[in-house]
Design a protein around this ligand. Structure first.
Ligand code: NG1
Length: 360
């Protein structure tokens, strides 16, 4: 593995970073113009950059120990560099002059663990370009460009949550986010609480195809109800006239938005006990109505809920594998998280504690 010094030969001109994110509440709401409450992870992606001087881009990932090179007018090959090239091209389309660069990427966000390593890579790349080229970009615009890099260059038809969280959230606050207006407010975590995040170790195989299927079902539901997006359905009873399974999908989205609005409670989060109940309700809704859970996530969240000091637990992210999140009494997350992981793995599981990060 190359160090930044091996790669650049001297200190690079810029060094920026961006965190991953965990969504505490508000799942599958972003592409329905709805509400959500993500928080930033302590794990992060760093990007260092310097001018290359030879007309080519050279991008090194220390995680993959791989260098990718491409000409200034040539697309990057598929893989991690595509996300970064997307950021470069989108800024060029906005009129920013970008010289060929050398970029070094380092991350402790495990790929595919559900902590949005791709959003962190995009946001950290855009921050490096912004600093180096003195481009005028606020945090919201930066998140929008990052989302477009993911959609247009990595081919993932995602909502805006991950990039907004990586750009605007921190590890001590939840970001109350409105995906339609892009209003974003930092709220404190419920008093006396902290979070546990566990990767189930189950890869998200069906996630891409099912994600697109759910998006189409939500669009169909909005069309049948005559609204622009499911965010515009304020009363849960309105979805009951829809045919199944569109009805259940819409019921999840409408009830999930109501849960986030209650949890954010006009600017000061509800109690940890109530927040935990809302997380449990969210999981049941994702399992039964949205049908994106899997037995391993049901089991992990069930074991978490049974632990003393745990207020609630749910799957986080798109589902079909990936991670779960729990809210627990401050000071108990590391012990409870390790215990639940050990118990799950003793029965043949492959879970990993992500937060609190084991090395902390
Ligand atoms: P994950 O599965 O954590 O990458 C995905 C979407 C989000 C959001 C959630 C569901 C991508 C890159 N991100 O998150 O925008 O829709 O599912 O709430 O697809």
């Amino acid at each position: 593995m190359k160090s930044p010094n091996d790669f650049f030969g001297s200190a690079p001109e810029v060094h920026t970073w961006a965190p991953g994110r965990v969504n505490l509440l508000g799942e599958h709401t972003d592409y329905n113009d709805g509400y959500m409450l993500p928080i930033a992870t302590p794990q992060r992606t760093d990007v260092m950059a310097d001018r290359s001087g030879d007309g080519r881009f050279h991008i090194y990932s220390s995680t993959l120990d791989e260098t990718v090179e491409f000409d200034a007018d040539e697309p990057a090959p598929p893989g991690f560099a595509r996300y970064m090239e997307g950021c470069i091209r989108l800024l060029q389309q906005r009129g920013v002059q970008i010289p060929p660069l050398k970029m070094y990427v380092r991350s402790n966000l495990a790929l595919g663990s559900g902590l949005s390593s791709s959003a962190a890579l995009e946001v950290a790349t855009l921050r490096a370009l912004r600093t180096m080229l003195k481009a005028e970009l606020d945090g919201v615009t930066l998140a929008q460009i990052a989302q477009q890099a993911e959609i247009q260059y990595a081919g993932v038809n995602c909502g805006i949550m991950d990039q907004m969280a990586s750009s605007l959230a921190d590890t001590q606050h939840m970001l109350f986010l409105d995906a339609r207006t892009l209003d974003a407010r930092l709220l404190p975590l419920p008093a006396g609480a902290e979070i546990i995040v566990i990767d189930s170790g189950v890869p998200r195989k069906l996630a891409a195809s099912k994600y697109n299927e759910r998006r189409a079902e939500c669009e169909a539901a909005a069309g049948m109800l005559g609204v622009q997006a499911l965010r515009d359905v304020a009363r849960l009873a309105d979805v009951e006239k829809l045919p199944s399974p569109i009805r259940e999908r819409a019921r999840h989205v409408v009830s999930e938005n109501l849960r986030v609005l209650e949890a954010a409670d006009g600017g000061s989060a509800v109690s940890a006990e109530r927040f935990g109940e809302l997380m449990n309700e969210s999981h049941a809704s994702l399992r039964d109505d949205y049908q994106v859970s899997i037995p391993e996530l049901d089991e992990l969240t069930e074991v978490l809920r049974k632990q003393p000091g745990v207020f609630g637990a749910r799957l986080t992210g798109a589902g079909f594998g990936g991670a779960c999140v729990a809210l627990c009494k401050a000071g108990s997350a590391a012990g409870t998280g390790e215990m639940v992981v050990n118990r799950f793995n003793a029965a043949g599981g492959q879970a990993r504690l992500l937060i609190p990060a084991p090395q902390q």
